[in-house]
Structure formats: structure tokens, C-alpha cells
Write a new protein. Structure first.
Length: 134
């Protein structure tokens, strides 16, 4: 039994950026998986999604959208196909992408992690050394 893609959810990037576009895509489509992978990778490099502000999350969505557009243009040019945008638009997209990435930061950041002692001190009922765990 094969399943077809949804007819109500898009399986391609929209022509224009809209906030939350990634969450409207048919999650079974290739583009949705690529967008999700790009977002996850970017979030991890920025120290984890929980460490990001709302504004940074918005910028991450824009970065992934523009990156996908830039990659589509470059793929078309390298394959000898007619690109989906002209060279000027591509140049503009590449410059905007670079600006967004500089705003987010180009260096990888370590995730904030709790020390084991902090995790252990937050337990509700610690096990005594003389008691066996249940």
C-alpha cells in the first residue's frame, strides 16, 4: 500500500516567505524533511532551540527558506536548467542570507547543560544508600 502526498498541504516551498511556512508543509514530502533537517542543524549549532529567543527562531525560519531558494538556483545553474530566479535576485538572496547568518552568529555555541549534582539535587525523594531501588 503506497500513500500519496497530501492534497491539502503543500509539498513545495511557497513562492514567498510566510512565518511558519515549515509547519504547513506536508511532512511526508522531501522538501519538508530537508527544511526540518536544516532547522534542526541550525538550532543545534546555535546552542539548542531552548536557548534561542523568539526573534532568533524567526530568523532561523527565514535563513532556511532563503537557503533553500539559493540552493535551488545553484542546482539549476549547475544542471544546465533555466533557474527559477534571475542572477540579480539570487545575488540579493545570497546577501540577505549572509546578513541573517551574521546576525545569528557564525560560530557554534555550546548547549547549556545542567551538572549531574544539579539534576540529583532536584529529585523529589532521593534513594538512601541502604535502600534498594524499587
Amino acid at each position: 500500500m503506497t500513500r500519496t502526498l497530501s492534497t491539502t498541504r503543500p509539498s513545495e516551498l511557497p513562492a514567498r516567505f510566510t512565518a511558519g511556512f515549515a509547519w504547513d508543509l506536508d511532512r511526508r514530502s522531501q522538501v519538508a524533511r530537508e527544511v526540518a533537517a536544516d532547522l534542526w542543524t541550525l538550532w543545534q549549532d546555535l546552542g539548542g532551540v531552548e536557548a534561542l529567543s523568539t526573534q532568533q527562531l524567526w530568523l532561523c525560519e527565514r535563513v532556511v527558506f532563503i537557503r533553500r531558494r539559493v540552493l535551488a538556483y545553484e542546482t539549476d545553474v549547475l544542471a544546465g536548467r533555466t533557474p527559477t530566479m534571475d542572477a540579480g535576485t539570487y545575488s540579493n538572496h545570497a546577501n540577505v542570507l549572509q546578513g541573517y547568518l551574521r546576525t545569528l552568529g557564525l560560530e557554534r555555541r555550546a548547549r547549556n547543560v545542567r551538572r549531574l549534582a544539579d539534576v540529583m539535587s532536584n529529585t523529589v525523594s532521593p534513594i538512601r544508600a541502604t535502600e534498594a531501588p524499587k
